[in-house]
Every structure is written in structure tokens, then in C-alpha cells.
Write a protein that binds this ligand. Structure first.
Ligand SMILES: [Cu+2]
Length: 327
């Protein structure tokens, strides 16, 4: 083998090169992501912002291990290579180096310890069932993951929407989340935590949008054929008043469809809908009944259907008149 002179590649230089390589890859990745809309890196709400800083902290902390390990890997491989002209002292039987033992047990223990504390604290801070710190009265939305649509119910406003979620900005939103179909996951990456939607149970989640805007929401759990189309827009309106006005415009619009149990059962049949639909909500217990649907026997279901059958009467019988045009 060709002998090299004084090698350019001494271990320190190798180490510097490895570190520079990491920096270069990091900068390239950062530059690449600048042009991309990576929602988790672009938080628009207090929960997502906390989660982003948690992610970055964990990443940097793990680099404390990753960078030295890879630096050592390449340095040692180079230093003890067969063709190294230098006489490198090789001591395979070295034993009981207190300094080294302390280093390679100590560093991981310290890192795991830090991660334990950080995880413990932030898990409690970001507990989806915990109310967000805010003086504003929370806003309530009920979410039903259908096959393959999202139904959003605003029980306090007697309206509902399909594939479009409207919330007021700067207001904590308390979601109740269930499914009527395969397990799905409700996720608005700009706002934070994803939460599973499952039949027969009602999960809770608190999120808040810092300002008005439109964000993308999706199902982050594969749930069959129409899964890829199971996305929705989140429209954070500037104020609660703006939401109220929207809800009122829907409630007063005679051409909107009604939503009570019978219509719900039609809606719940598997289908893909790629646009938003707004409804008058004619059944304030709809969400509870969807949850209970999977807890009851067939006989109870029949009773439930009967109890819903006359929800359509009442004060807005004028609804659904024939004067509605298309659209
Ligand atoms: Cu109506």
C-alpha cells in the first residue's frame, strides 16, 4: 500500500470535519425548510409553540450524544485503520478507566434525567384535558370523525359544519372528540396536539389560536380508502362576535340543511366530501348520542331513534321551504 507522509487527517482534523459536516447538514436542512410550510415548525397557538420549543430542546439535547459519538466513530476508525503509518498505541485490554466510565455512564444518565424532568413537567402542562390559562371563557366544539369526513358541532350556537372548523381566535377552544367509524386522529399541526377519535368514547382537547387565520387540519391516523381526503380547514375568526354572526347567518339561512339524528345517520354513511357544508343543528344531544351509539344494545338504539324522530317540529318549521335555489 502506498505510504502517505505526515497525514493531513489527524484525529483533531477528522473531528473538526465531522462537526462541520453536521453543521452543514443542519444548515442545509434549515434552508430547505425555510421555503416549506412545515406546520409543526410554524406554531400559531400557545400549545403548538410550547411543543415546538420542546422538540427543539430535545433535538439539541440529543445532539450532545449524537455529535461526540459520530465524531468518535470516524476518528477511531481512521486512527486505528490498518494502513496508518503512525505507531498508534493499541490497548484492547484497558480496564477500569474511572474517567471514561464516568463519562460514558454519566452523560447519558444526566441527559435521561433532564429529559425525565422536562417530559414530566410538559406532559402535565400540555395535558389535553387541562384547561388553558386564559381569562377568556372557553369555546366549545364537538368533533365527530366520520368515514371520511369531519363533523363539527357547535352546541351552544345550534349550528354544525362539515369539513370546516370555525373557532374564534385568542379564545381557548375545548374540543370533545369522538368517532363514528374507524379510529381517526384529529390534528391541526399549527395549533398543537393530535388527539385520537374513537367510537364510544369522548376525548378532550384544549387548543387556542393566537390570531385569526386559516389552518390545515387532517386525520393523522390511517382509516381506510378515503383517509387522504379527510382534511379540513380551520378558520380562526378574529372574535367570538364574528363567530356568533356567522352562526346566526347559518341559523337564519332557510336553505341550510337540518341536522338531527335521521340526517346524521345518512351523513355518517361512508363517503368522501371535499367541500364545507353548514347545518342548522336540530338536536343538541347529537354528540352524546353518537358516543352512546356504541354503548347501547340494538333495542336501545330503536328507542333512541324514536326519541329523535320528532325533533324537526317546533319553531322553525319554515325551514327547508322550496324557495331555496341551488348552492
Ligand atoms: Cu333548521
Amino acid at each position: 500500500m502506498k505510504k502517505r507522509g505526515k497525514s493531513f487527517w489527524n484525529p483533531i482534523r477528522v473531528a473538526i470535519c465531522v462537526v462541520l459536516l453536521f453543521v452543514a447538514v443542519g444548515v442545509a436542512l434549515w434552508a430547505y425548510l425555510q421555503g416549506k410550510n412545515v406546520a409543526v415548525l410554524d406554531p400559531q397557538g400557545v400549545v403548538a409553540a410550547h411543543e415546538k420549543s420542546l422538540m427543539i430542546f430535545t433535538l439539541l439535547l440529543s445532539l450532545v450524544v449524537v455529535v461526540p459519538v459520530f465524531t468518535m466513530l470516524f476518528t477511531i476508525a481512521w486512527r486505528y485503520r490498518e494502513g496508518n503509518p503512525k505507531k498508534v498505541k493499541y490497548t484492547p485490554d484497558v480496564d477500569g478507566s474511572r474517567w471514561m466510565e464516568t463519562l460514558w455512564w454519566g452523560v447519558p444518565i444526566v441527559i435521561i434525567g433532564i429529559l425525565c424532568v422536562v417530559t414530566w413537567v410538559s406532559t402535565h402542562q400540555l395535558d389535553p384535558y387541562r384547561a388553558l390559562d386564559s381569562k377568556v371563557k372557553p369555546f366549545r366544539v364537538q368533533v365527530v370523525a366520520l368515514q371520511w369526513k369531519w363533523l363539527f358541532i357547535y352546541p351552544d350556537y345550534h349550528v354544525a359544519s362539515l369539513n370546516q372548523l370555525k373557532i374564534p381566535a385568542k379564545t381557548p377552544v375545548n374540543f370533545e372528540i369522538t368517532a363514528d367509524g374507524p379510529m381517526s386522529a384529529f390534528w391541526v399541526p399549527n395549533l398543537g396536539t393530535q388527539t385520537y377519535a374513537m367510537t364510544g368514547m369522548s376525548a378532550q382537547l384544549s387548543l387556542m389560536a393566537d390570531h385569526a387565520g386559516t389552518y390545515r387540519g387532517s386525520n393523522s391516523n390511517i382509516s381506510g380508502t378515503g383517509y387522504a381526503d379527510m382534511t379540513f380547514d380551520v378558520q380562526a375568526l378574529p372574535t367570538r362576535q364574528a363567530f356568533y354572526e356567522w352562526a346566526k347567518s347559518i341559523a337564519n339561512d332557510q336553505c341550510r340543511e337540518h341536522l338531527a339524528w335521521d340526517e346524521y345517520e345518512q351523513l355518517a354513511k361512508p363517503s368522501i366530501v371535499n367541500h364545507a357544508v353548514y347545518y342548522h343543528l336540530h338536536d343538541d344531544k347529537l354528540y352524546t348520542d353518537v358516543v352512546n351509539k356504541y354503548m347501547m344494545t340494538g333495542m336501545d338504539m330503536n328507542r333512541m331513534n324514536m326519541s329523535h324522530s320528532d325533533d324537526h317540529g317546533g319553531d322553525d318549521d319554515v325551514d327547508g321551504g322550496s324557495q331555496c335555489g341551488v348552492g
